[in-house]
Design a protein around this ligand. Structure first.
Ligand SMILES: Cc1cc2nc3c(=O)[nH]c(=O)nc-3n(C[C@H](O)[C@H](O)[C@H](O)COP(=O)(O)OP(=O)(O)OC[C@H]3O[C@@H](n4cnc5c(N)ncnc54)[C@H](O)[C@@H]3O)c2cc1C
Length: 417
């Protein structure tokens, strides 16, 4: 594939779940893959997320009507959406794009694209679990989406109908008693719900990533500490400058999560990637007898089991990469969880903030750079990076090996903006 001994075959930038999954997929085709990661203290979304393989969540966030809800959420200090005042001006162009993506015709296109990536990702995950013997890291406890009022439940029905059309099995529940049969201990104000029995989670997203990284290493892959600062096209390869030295590769995959746009910029390409900062608190498992993954869609948070803990988290803070975490947001979620699950006995917990890498139309970027076809982008998976990682990896492999991707990639193209 390459003749210059200084030029490596493939370099992946980013050792999060997207980068490592792509690295493993490329390796399966006999490619020689090196992963660069700066391995600093910036929180990596892949380590501490909610662990859900949310294949049923096919509806893009940028949906019709969302802009009517946003002001109400923004004005509520306990609401699921916040924008630090100092970032409001900076985020405006992204929000305008987000609004445009929520218009009915664009939403329909995003919905189709989201659904096909979900189908591919679900199938690809099954292959990955089998290929890396990862069954022990998967938990199949289902998921309950809980609604506080009949009005909220009625508003959710079109979404359930879409899921039905995509073959997702579920049961709609219309009483607190039916809900208690699946998960006791939920406040009776939640008397409507949808239960998705086939929903799966990883027992721990950090363990999932470690498992994939170990498999990659065992199969001859290298993960090197390097903070990439610049990409440059050269005659015989792509040059990656890093604080730790210069690397060359015949192909480069950019999978640097919420930081990807900075690297892409050095190639001369602008991609409107922002970050939706999310918060959670991990409590001891003894605090609540959790039977299934709980989602409170009206409040933008979930309660989920992570190994021997319970993680309460979610929220969206459109605050960029530089502001320090505002853990008040994690406290607000915990306060709500205590009120929705009256038996939740939570005195201590570990707080965390992470950066969801998000594009305005809720779809990732998966495709060749328009500046250099030897560079492939795989980032911007927002709320669904763990869910879509195995499918994204198979698409990256097809792009790198110049074979036909299994789904049409136009909707994820880097130059769609
Ligand atoms: C609170 C919360 C809950 C979530 N829950 C879920 C869930 O239940 N299910 C789901 O599917 N998704 C969930 N997500 C989203 C998911 O975590 C992300 O979409 C996903 O982890 C993104 O993976 P990534 O590999 O693109 O980025 P990251 O995990 O952030 O990894 C990026 C990597 O790139 C490296 N890097 C960055 N810049 C450079 C550079 N210049 N040089 C070298 N290395 C670099 C970083 O060090 C990092 O290791 C959640 C996110 C949050 C915040």
């Amino acid at each position: 594939m390459f003749s210059d001994p200084n030029v490596q075959d493939v370099i992946v930038i980013g050792a999060g779940v997207i980068g490592i999954s792509a690295a493993l997929a490329l390796q399966a085709d006999g490619r020689k893959v090196t992963v660069l990661d700066r391995q600093d203290s910036s929180p990596r979304a892949s380590d501490m997320n909610a662990g859900a393989f949310a294949f049923a969540d096919i509806m893009p966030l940028a949906a019709p009507g969302i802009m009517r809800k946003a002001p109400k959420w923004l004005l509520d200090p306990l609401g699921p959406l916040s924008v630090p005042p100092a970032y409001a001006f900076k985020i405006l162009p992204w929000l305008v794009r987000f609004w445009r993506s929520s218009l009915p015709d664009r939403y329909q296109k995003s919905l189709v694209a989201q659904a096909s990536l979900m189908t591919l990702s679900q199938e690809a995950l099954e292959r990955l679990i089998s290929d890396t013997s990862a069954d022990e890291l998967i938990r199949g406890d289902g998921q309950l989406q809980l609604y506080e009022s009949e009005q909220e439940f009625q508003a959710s029905l079109p979404g359930w109908e879409l899921r039905r059309k995509r073959g997702v099995s579920f049961k709609l529940l219309k009483s607190a008693e039916e809900i208690a049969d699946i998960q006791p201990g939920i406040d009776s104000r939640f008397s409507f719900a949808g239960f998705t029995p086939d929903w799966i989670n990883t027992c721990d997203p950090a363990a999932w990533l470690s498992h994939l990284t170990a498999a990659f290493r065992t199969r001859g892959g290298n993960v090197i500490e390097a903070n990439a600062t610049q990409l440059r096209s050269t005659g015989n390869g792509v040059e990656i400058q890093s604080v730790n030295g210069t690397h060359f590769a015949s192909q480069v995959i950019v999978a640097a999560g919420a930081w990807s746009h900075h690297l892409v910029k050095t190639l001369g390409e602008t991609i409107p990637l922002e970050t939706e900062r999310g918060y959670n608190t991990t409590l001891p498992a003894t605090d609540f007898d959790l039977k299934t993954h709980l989602t409170f869609p009206g409040h933008g948070f979930v309660v989920t089991r992570i190994n021997d803990g319970i993680r309460v988290g979610g929220a969206v803070e459109l605050g960029g990469l530089k502001f320090p975490p505002n853990y008040k947001r994690a406290e607000i979620l915990l306060e709500k969880a205590r009120s929705f699950l009256p038996g939740l006995d939570s005195k201590t917990g570990k707080q965390w903030m992470g950066f969801r890498p998000s594009l305005p139309d809720s779809l990732p970027v998966i495709g060749h750079s328009s500046k250099d076809k030897r560079v492939i982008y795989a980032f911007g998976h927002g709320h669904l990076g763990l869910t879509q990682s195995a499918g994204t990896a198979e698409l990256v492999r097809a792009l790198a090996n110049k074979t036909q991707p299994i789904i049409d990639l136009a909707a994820y193209s880097p130059d769609r903006f």
